[in-house]
Write a protein that binds this ligand. Sequence first.
Ligand code: KIV
Length: 246
Amino acid sequence: MKRRGERITALTAYDYPTARLLDESGIDIILVGDSLGMVVLGYKDTTRVTLKEMLHHTRAVARGVKQALVIADMPIHTYDTPEQALHTARQFVDAGAQAVKLEGGVSRVTQIEAITQAGIPFMAHIGMLPQSVREEGGYKVKGRTQSEAEALIADARAAEKAGAFSVVLEIVVPEIARQITSAISIPTIGIGSGEHCDGQILVTHDLIGLFPWFTPKFVSPEARVADEIRRAARAFIERTRAGDKI
Ligand code: KIV
């Protein structure tokens, strides 16, 4: 698709009905993201998400998808060594994922190689790394300084060399995302990184307005599902209290 100049579309799903709806809509990639922790499980960030939780949700998503590529996020501390990374990746494949993703570039080359050399398709994730949010002290834009920009390009090149088929660029300065996109031959999938990436990914809850308590600045929601849920629940409550037929 990159070679043909076709933009790649990706959204997250964590359950069977959402995965099936996105698949029926023609999405290219469904990511079982560890954003699960925030938008489904109610954790503060992704650092508490466990492998057991991710596998459970990956199985549900895989049951709902016929066409899209299903990618699963490897949670924090499930890829600290190459051996552990491969063991974790295999569990996701057994759960129905067709590919896996983990966070990091240069610093994770041995883990990426262990996965790709075992024949498991791998997507990289560089830029702002949500699993490092505590060390970073927040969700900060990446690529603002020359050294950060150079490090990002090195990360993308290292991921490609280690066998990644694609790389997510999260909250990267758009001009640096453009440079990375032309520096590597695998597709870049941007989130909050401007329009020059080869594709775009969003957390579905942000796109459809299902997590109204926080919406990232770069998202323009296409729907207000939370409002619809509240409206339907209130209507049910009123009809029930009034003794109306349900
Ligand atoms: O966990 C997730 O949903 C992600 C995307 C935001 C890229 O990693």
